[in-house]
Design a protein around this ligand. Structure first.
Ligand SMILES: Nc1ncnc2c1ncn2[C@@H]1O[C@H](COP(=O)(O)OP(=O)(O)OP(=O)(O)O)[C@@H](O)[C@H]1O
Length: 307
């Protein structure tokens, strides 16, 4: 089934278009990263999925329901970490989770939820004294209550320290492993790269691409470079002939092999060894998602839309 489907979804605020003709599908069980620079239209899209904001035109379904006409059917099966969430300073962390459990009418154990987000030791503390990262962890824990079919997370890593960000990634993976779909927006590209099955990039109100991270790399013509140290440099002719290799350079005993196709690395290594060299070290310089992101969101370099 399709967890999220939008067709030509558009939102205008007065004369300003925040989201233009967005057509997107997110499959069940996918971890989908929704990227874009500030003001690109990510939160507005999420708000339309949750019926916090009404589209100006276009179609959308979330878990098979139109959030405009069946908001309850949608909300009761999704966990939401919105951009600006409300917490009650005088209530404890445990009370917040208990309230989320009551609202979802589930039998989750509040302490187990707090353990999952690293707040077990602060369960009884009032939230007023919490740091930004602790508040973020609590809001995330509340979103996890009731094993939702779809998690919609707006900037889930915001305010988290590196350990918190790592735990967030693990949580996202655990949720996907139990079958949930995870849709999240982020600016933290290495987070997205580490955890997402597919990525959509918004720029200036439009979706400019949707693909896997590897797919994005090849679509932008990006290469990964295999850096191979050898005991003595062999004839590189047979390596150059491998399909998917775009360039080979040799400096002393190090070969740098640019690969358009990330799947050719094993073939390259075996060609080097067959050419009589002993491989002493292997390293890979991958094009990062950040490089791809800059290419798609840089006005002068933006490629054509393709899905
Ligand atoms: N209620 C509103 N009224 C007028 N303009 C709005 C409203 N909500 C959002 N916008 C505008 O729509 C554009 C998209 O905003 P949105 O919050 O969706 O971007 P975003 O991609 O989530 O950005 P960020 O990464 O900064 O959160 C922005 O230019 C914003 O100012």
């Amino acid at each position: 089934m399709t967890a999220i489907r939008t067709e030509q979804l558009t939102k205008r605020f007065g004369g300003f278009t925040a989201v233009r003709d967005l057509t997107l599908r997110v499959d069940d069980g996918e971890v989908f990263g929704f990227l874009g620079p500030n003001g690109a239209g990510k939160s507005t899209t999420i708000d339309m999925l949750l019926d916090f904001v009404r589209p100006t035109s276009g179609e959308l379904t979330v878990l098979g329901h139109d959030p405009r006409t069946e908001p309850r059917a949608v909300r009761e099966r999704i966990g939401i970490l919105p951009e600006g969430y409300d917490l009650y300073d005088r209530l404890s962390a445990r009370r917040h989770v208990e309230l989320a459990i009551e609202l979802a009418a589930t039998d989750d154990d509040p302490d187990a939820v707090l353990r999952r987000v690293g707040l077990a030791d602060s369960a009884a503390r009032s939230v007023g004294g919490f740091s930004k990262g602790m508040r973020q962890r609590l809001a995330l824990g509340m979103a996890l209550v009731g094993e939702p079919d779809l998690l919609v997370l707006d900037e889930p890593s915001s305010g988290l320290d590196p350990q918190g960000a790592k735990e967030m990634r693990q949580l996202v993976r655990e949720e996907a492993d139990r079958g949930a779909t995870v849709f999240f927006s982020s600016h933290i590209l290495d987070q997205v790269e580490a955890v997402c099955d597919r990525v959509g990039i918004m720029n200036d109100a439009e979706l400019v691409t949707v693909d896997t991270v590897d797919g994005l790399r090849s679509a932008t013509g990006s290469t990964s470079t295999l850096v191979v140290s050898v005991d003595n440099a062999p004839d590189v002719g047979p390596v150059q002939e491998v399909e998917g290799v775009s360039d080979v350079t040799v400096v002393d005993d190090t070969l740098r092999i640019d690969c358009d196709d990330p799947g050719v690395k094993a073939t390259v290594i075996s060609r080097i060894e067959r050419a009589g060299a002993t491989v002493t070290d292997i390293d890979v310089d991958e094009t990062t998602l950040e490089d791809v992101f800059v290419e798609y969101t840089d006005e002068t370099a933006a490629p054509e839309v393709h899905e």
